[in-house]
Design a protein around this ligand. Structure first.
Ligand SMILES: Cc1cc2nc3c(=O)[nH]c(=O)nc-3n(C[C@H](O)[C@H](O)[C@H](O)COP(=O)(O)OP(=O)(O)OC[C@H]3O[C@@H](n4cnc5c(N)ncnc54)[C@H](O)[C@@H]3O)c2cc1C
Length: 325
């Protein structure tokens, strides 16, 4: 059976994020293998102009709405549902992102298709399609066989190559009407994080602390190490959630994207949501007491040791080598 795949393409302030290209790339691969088609559904203000660049799709389904900087979720879900019926879609791909999160679940309820979230791999064979879902922050990987190769998939950011979704040709454009539905959701305004004292996205060196740092009293130790390295302190989300550091220091899906020359992770497990924000780091050094921590899967260097035992030693060694001690 040939695949008919709908990709929900996100955009904000005229930019299409990498996750949309990642999904288009993997959709293209699956469609090509089965002689199928890829449809890119894009909605809201400026969609018509952006749609012309979605060359990995055969057809761009465009819901232009000059009044919607951010398209209403209920309208999007209804548009997707109609497109599923019209195009006899076998797969729908939506991003596990702040913009699209929640759409897959509700679309599944309204369309009757099964939904799998946190997807980090899709394997297709002649006989079946197996989807790998990363549960509990990546600690459990679950392989699910899609019945009749049909389903709605919430795709994790950073797991498929975006370049595969950037094809320099123009898709056919099909304009779709805005569904007339009543929604209880009203978009008021976009709230963006205020710039903090330090912009961690511009730092060359980050000493990043996770729950393993154990207490706010230990943050100054990390700051001293960061100073010795000429960098700044960033963190995982639990550290921010507990109020130990401001939101401006959070790396990850709901924080900042960083791409330093050195990312020194102290007591960070390496959950997919954290990885999403630091995957651009050139060199990752991880210190963790758990040899099975997922961060060791992508760190370039690692040490299985209590970070509190090593911070002071590291700082002294760096100061000694720099001649600042
Ligand atoms: C929608 C959504 C958005 C999210 N956004 C983000 C985000 O933006 N950023 C983010 O970081 N997370 C985010 N998360 C949370 C994410 O799933 C993880 O829960 C989080 O990243 C875990 O943080 P952590 O590694 O500090 O803590 P844990 O997972 O608890 O890991 C702590 C690690 O420290 C190690 N450790 C303990 N003691 C020591 C010690 N003394 N020395 C060395 N190592 C030690 C442990 O072995 C463990 O690996 C999000 C989750 C969701 C659902």
């Amino acid at each position: 059976m040939s695949a008919s795949i709908i990709v929900l393409v996100e955009h904000l302030k005229g930019n299409i994020p990498e996750i949309s290209y990642e999904m288009l790339g993997v959709a293209r691969k699956i469609a090509d293998a089965s002689g199928g088609k890829v449809y890119a559904l894009i909605a809201g203000k400026g969609s018509s102009a952006l749609a012309t660049g979605l060359g990995a799709a055969d057809v761009a389904l465009v819901l232009e709405d000059s009044s919607a900087d951010v398209m209403n979720d209920d309208v999007l879900i209804e548009a997707l549902k109609q497109a599923i019926n019209e195009k006899q879609a076998t797969l729908v791909l939506v991003g596990c992102t702040n913009i699209s999160f929640g759409i897959g679940t509700r679309l599944a309820l309204r369309s009757g298709m099964p939904f799998i979230n946190w997807v980090k791999d899709i394997k297709t064979t002649e006989g079946e399609m197996v989807v790998t879902s990363a549960l509990f922050g990546g600690k459990v990987l679950s392989d699910i066989v899609l019945k009749d190769k049909k389903g709605i998939l919430g795709i994790l950011s950073g797991v498929f190559p975006p370049d595969a979704g950037k094809i320099a040709k123009q898709p056919s454009i099909e304009h779709i009407a805005k569904p007339e539905i009543k929604s209880k959701i009203t978009f008021r305004s976009l709230m963006e994080p205020k710039a903090g004292d330090i912009d961690i996205s511009r730092m060359d060196v980050l000493v990043s602390v996770g729950r393993g740092i154990q207490s706010p009293d230990n943050i100054p130790l990390a700051e001293e190490l960061a100073n010795a390295l000429g960098g700044a302190v960033s963190s995982s989300r639990p550290v921010v959630d507990q109020g130990w550091l401001p939101l401006t220091r959070q790396v990850g899906k709901s924080g900042m994207n960083v791409s330093p020359e050195l990312y020194l992770a102290l007591g960070i497990s390496g959950a997919p949501e954290h990885y999403e924000g630091m995957k651009g780091a050139k060199l990752v050094v991880a210190i963790n007491t758990d040899p099975k921590a997922p961060i060791f899967d992508f760190a370039h260097y690692g040490a299985v040791v209590d970070c509190l035992e090593i911070i002071e030693l590291l700082k002294e060694e760096i100061q000694k080598r720099k001649g600042t001690q």
